[in-house]
Design a protein around this ligand. Structure first.
Ligand SMILES: [Zn+2]
Length: 120
């Protein structure tokens, strides 16, 4: 069973979570100014990345909070989870620091998915 590290609760089985799709998609500031093609692109077009992809996850059977995760779409491994509002961690740091308890990227503190210890 896949284990997911909720940034608020710690490691829990995947059955407690739901994926909300790709993360870091901004709603247009003035949606009324968009034409149909631009609006459709916002609503439906996603990157569908092969490799590390930032996704929204909801701990629906736990703390009920949303957070982001970098999931490898090839292996289905969740490399790192981080709170909403934090910048996406640098994938190079995620892949070059396996097993780190936590790290920093600018003013962002994130937690490795397979690490224990304190939460930011
Ligand atoms: Zn949680």
């Amino acid at each position: 069973m896949l284990l997911i590290d909720c940034p608020f609760c710690g490691t829990r089985p995947e059955l407690e979570f739901h994926c909300g799709g790709e993360a870091h998609i901004r709603r247009p500031e003035r949606p009324g100014d968009l034409d149909d093609e631009e609006w459709a692109a916002f609503l439906f077009y996603r990157s569908n990345t092969k490799g590390l992809q930032a996704e929204l996850w909801h701990h629906s059977h736990g703390c009920q909070r949303w957070f982001n995760a970098l999931r490898n779409t090839v292996t289905d491994d969740i490399e790192v989870t981080y709170r909403m509002g934090q910048a996406r961690p640098d994938p190079a740091e995620v892949t070059t620091q396996p097993g780190s308890v936590d790290g920093t990227a600018g003013d962002v503190v994130w937690v490795m998915a397979d690490a224990g210890g304190e939460r930011p």
